[in-house]
Design a protein around this ligand. Structure first.
Ligand SMILES: Cc1ncc(COP(=O)(O)O)c(C=O)c1O
Length: 385
């Protein structure tokens, strides 16, 4: 029976629960190792670093939601990105989006560059022709986020995939901001999708997780060898938390997006706000493109306040909304990228991306939207004096 995505989030892939005492919640196989019936025989599981049934169940689910053939689960999103970067060798070159989550270029700079991998960062949303100029004979991959974190720039995934493939390179898309519920880059031509599963997939700010999702058997094989060797795999209990989170992914995304749209329109009218960047707004340059390549606009929005001095006052004054890093949970969070998520990004890159000291990133949660407006109203009042 072919199921819609809302049902697939709940009725997980290749489910063996019914066979095991009829348990409705997938069991947590909290074991490091598995006993063998005899020499040369295996239950299918040998050691939990290599595979664990709870993690396997989660991986099948995420692969199915992204319409890939395989998903490898890691302890964090950064561990997933590190594993993907192990696919490359000294001398390889990657063209990357310039406005990525700050931890990603930090990894490129501090771990990959010293090993001889080179990077050129470009603004993909300025047009694929622009990105094409950065491609070299040794370019092995393009690495993008769309929408980007935190400036919400939108890239044409199909065009990026065509550019990559025309040069024999891979397209890697970090799909954290939208989740597989709203966007499936593999279907649009990408080769590897990355998730910080910490965010919308887990959805409750209570665990860390990461995924690399692929459709090609050879890449899957190489990634599994890397994962097994590095050992940064997702633990059974954390796998279960993400499985549980995914069950409500569809309703959470719908509600959060509804709140985000209403708040984006409301924020535009606040005198303390000079700019609201949300792709759901019709005047956002990526609005039409997102309508074509995604099933929604997500629940991340960025806004700019009038004065730099307003930022500390606002972050201190919010009560319901918390001032914290991360995103994609039930709770609304405000993040100040230049001292948090993007603290290690060089000032000239921040300036080129327009990421100023007046920019705040807003992960809109599932609270009542009027309560969120009331909280912001009292917090904006505090900035006035
Ligand atoms: C878009 C994006 N990718 C990757 C990561 C890294 O994920 P994690 O914090 O799970 O390591 C983050 C974290 O904020 C992120 O926002």
């Amino acid at each position: 029976m072919s199921l819609a995505i809302e049902s697939r989030c709940i009725h997980l892939e290749n489910d063996d629960r019914a066979a095991r005492y009829g348990a409705v919640s997938y069991p947590i196989y909290q074991t490091a190792t598995f006993a063998h019936p005899a020499l040369g025989q295996s239950t299918g599981f040998d050691y939990s670093r290599v595979q664990n049934p709870t993690r396997q169940q989660l991986e099948k689910t995420v692969a199915a939601l992204e319409q890939g053939t395989d998903a490898v689960a890691f302890s964090t999103g950064m561990a997933a990105i590190l594993a993907v970067m192990e696919l490359f060798a000294p001398g390889d070159h990657l063209v990357t989006e310039s406005d990525l989550y700050g931890g990603t270029p930090r990894l490129f700079r501090t771990i990959c560059e010293p090993k001889g991998i080179t990077f050129t960062a470009v603004n993909f949303s300025a047009g694929i022709e622009h990105a094409a100029k950065a491609v070299r004979p040794e370019t092995k991959a393009l690495f993008i986020e769309t929408p980007t974190n935190p400036m919400m720039n939108v890239t044409d995934i199909r065009a990026a995939a065509e550019l990559a493939h025309a040069h024999g390179a891979l397209l890697i898309v970090d799909n954290t901001f939208l989740s597989p519920y709203l966007q499936n880059p593999l279907v649009l031509g990408a080769d590897i999708v990355i998730h910080s599963g910490t965010k919308y997939l887990a959805g409750h700010n209570d665990t860390l997780a990461g995924f690399a999702v692929v459709k090609d058997a050879e890449i899957s094989h190489r990634l599994r060898e890397i994962a097994k060797t590095i050992g940064a795999n997702l633990a059974p209990f954390d796998s279960w938390l993400v499985l549980r989170g995914i069950q409500t992914l569809a309703v959470r995304m719908d509600r959060a997006e509804q709140n985000a749209m209403e708040l984006a329109l409301w924020l535009q009218k606040q005198p303390q706000v000079t700019r609201v960047i949300y792709p759901g707004l019709p005047d956002h340059p990526g609005h039409e493109l997102m309508k074509r390549q995604a099933r929604g606009f997500g629940a991340m929005l960025t806004f700019e306040v009038r004065r730099k001095e307003d930022v500390p006052a606002l972050l201190k004054a919010v009560r319901l909304i918390r001032f914290a890093e991360s995103l994609g949970g039930t709770e609304s969070l405000l993040t100040y990228p230049i001292t948090q998520t993007h603290a290690d990004v060089p000032p000239e890159v921040l300036a080129a991306n327009g990421l100023t000291d007046r920019i705040l990133r807003f992960s809109v949660g599932l609270e009542n939207v009027q309560d969120l407006k009331d909280d912001l109203t009292q917090a904006f009042a505090a900035t006035e004096g």
